[in-house]
Ligand binder design. Structure first.
Ligand code: FES
Length: 163
């Protein structure tokens, strides 16, 4: 169920486009829902589709095309390690394996304390900085050696009082 406050935020995004192109606000509406609820449920997709006057499948296509949209609840820190070829050739796979061991989870899973979700992702456009990863879809981390992965995870745990 979408709240009135959320609908107000939707309206602000829709107002940026001509009335006959309000579907252009779909990514912004998905981002708002994710910010408020943590992930995009099927119900949210139905609500957004109805609000924007577009088929639900079209909303679902956007949700599933971009991996910044979470289709399930995720941990407080979503760690995406790039495993496209340029990163793979420069230890991207090793970085992912190192995080699996350090966090004690497999790729795609969330730690039992709900702090970390580990995923792989497509090219982040910073291949020269490989191995590259993204934290919570916003913070790019470059040259992720084992030491830098330790620093990242340990500092996030410390920030949560779980050092
Ligand atoms: S392949 Fe990893 S950032 Fe491009």
């Amino acid at each position: 169920m979408i709240s009135d406050a959320t609908l107000t935020r939707f309206a602000r995004e829709v107002a940026k486009y001509p009335a006959e192109q309000k579907q252009s606000a779909v990514m912004a509406c998905l981002a708002i829902v994710q910010q408020e609820q943590g992930f995009i449920s099927e119900t949210a997709e139905i609500d957004i589709a109805a609000y924007l006057g577009m088929p639900q499948i079209a909303v679902h296509e956007v949700t599933t095309f971009y991996n910044m949209y979470n289709q399930h609840p995720v941990g407080k820190y979503k760690l995406n390690v790039c495993t496209n070829l340029p990163c793979l050739l420069r230890d991207g796979g090793k970085a992912l394996e190192y995080l699996e061991k350090k966090l004690g989870i497999s790729t795609g899973d969330t730690t039992p304390d709900g702090l970390f979700t580990l995923q792989q992702c497509e090219c982040l456009g910073a291949c020269a900085d490989a191995p590259v990863m993204l934290v919570n879809d916003r913070s790019m981390c470059s040259f992720m050696s084992d030491d830098k992965l330790d620093q990242l995870v340990d500092s996030l745990r410390a920030a949560e009082g779980r050092a």
